[in-house]
Design a protein around this ligand. Sequence first.
Ligand SMILES: [Zn+2]
Length: 367
Amino acid sequence: MKKIRKTLVIFAVLAALIISSGCEFSPSEPTIGSDAQLSESSSSMEESSSEPEPVVEPEPVVEPEPLPEPVVHISATEVNKGGYITLAVENIDLYGCYFTDFLGYERTFRGKNGIWYCFIPVKTAADAGEYTLELSFGDFYYSENITVLERVAPTQYLTVSEKTLDETLEDAAVRAAFDEFYQKYRWVNTGAALWNGEFVLPLGNRYYKETTPFGTFRTFSNGATEWHNATDMAVAGGTPIYATNSGRILFADWLGLTGNTVLIDHGYGIISWHYHMNKIDVNDGDMVEKGQLIGEVGTTGLSTGNHLHFGISVGGIFVDPMAMIGTTPEFDFWNALEEEETFEEPALSEPEISEEPKEDYEKVIVG
Ligand SMILES: [Zn+2]
């Protein structure tokens, strides 16, 4: 009895719906109820009801949505030697876009979640001054004025024993092997972002002495000179070395000039370089997590004492690795956006929400 009454009620409601809307009824519409009885009653309704002739309406003319304009975010327009700029572009597919940057290097974009990233590093040996960054791809054109800032380079004279010099800088085969290795790996640009958040110190919280900072102009006792493109971290031999970020082991082997050497590919052309190690605990091709043990500090190759030579290259150019610690390439980008928005927002004058931006700001810093 109860079932019949419910069926009748549903019947009446359905009939009213059909008359009022003229819409085709779908039994799966959730407007009526969700009982199993619903499907029974609706099928009986279909047999007995006479549906009105469907009105054929002309297809509405759909205007194509105008494509959104590409938006370019740039992390900075003033950059130190040994720093890098992040370009992030939205609303355009930049696959296959190659351009020459303002220092003459070919650059490309890597896509992640609909945003196309390009990192533009500035080598230590670049001239300070004004540059124009220009790129075009199809109808897309972008240009920006870039200022490269002067950087005071420390100098250093390093006395190396005759024996070590003979085995390293003075050995043509050793130097040739290093050149081959260097050219092979510095331009690796894997199309996957393998890093995971901020870069961390490779010696953990261990105290170390920075014996040669990044960007030092160094003269060896045999007269050879170089820009030191990494940070030398002096610490006891055998100290564990941890992956500065997640990635894939690109190289884990002995080289005459740099001793036991490990390269980690963090993706998008970002690579960390570790020289003079006592021991290597990883193999070529291994995937490593940030903080994972990769080996121990030593004094192998062209080295005068136990230390880790720790470098990071971005797009084939060495940047200041210590400036990378505590940041991610994406963090720099989003941080720049945050500053932009805070600058434009007049909301601080309204007292009821004046606390909000402060909290958000702290969240960004901690996260
Ligand atoms: Zn070094």
